[in-house]
Design a protein. Structure first.
Length: 124
């Protein structure tokens, strides 16, 4: 593991996390309550991830690509990574794996969130 790449990912992740927070506040200010702000950030993140991945293939070093994709977009929205993995499964014609991944991550993710809330005392 390259410590320089790790530092770049950490720095880009900090920028991505702050960007996500500010973007959600901005969208909430313009259009109101959930779930729209999170949906907008996830869609913008997916577009940005796709654009940057395409650019990274020929224009960016491995360090920059890793910082932007894993660091910035990993913190801005993990949904973009999820969407990219799904797209790669579709390109590889692994439709069954795509469907299982889609259902498992969404269905089990909501279930895991609920179980975590129960374990934490479900305050609401």
């Amino acid at each position: 593991m390259d410590p320089k790449v790790l530092a770049w990912v950490a720095a880009a992740g900090a920028v991505g996390a702050v960007s996500r927070y500010l973007a959600i506040l901005l969208v909430r200010h313009w259009w109101g309550a959930e779930p729209l702000p999170v949906a907008v950030v996830n869609l913008v993140g997916c577009f940005g991830f796709g654009l940057c991945w395409a650019l990274s293939q020929e224009l960016w070093s491995h360090r920059v690509a890793t910082a932007v994709l894993a660091g910035f977009f990993g913190a801005f929205t993990t949904f973009s990574s999820f969407a990219f993995d799904g797209q790669q499964l579709l390109v590889a014609k692994r439709y069954g794996t795509f469907a299982v991944n889609l259902l498992a991550q969404n269905g089990l993710g909501v279930l895991a969130l609920w179980l975590g809330m129960l374990a934490g005392g479900l305050r609401r």
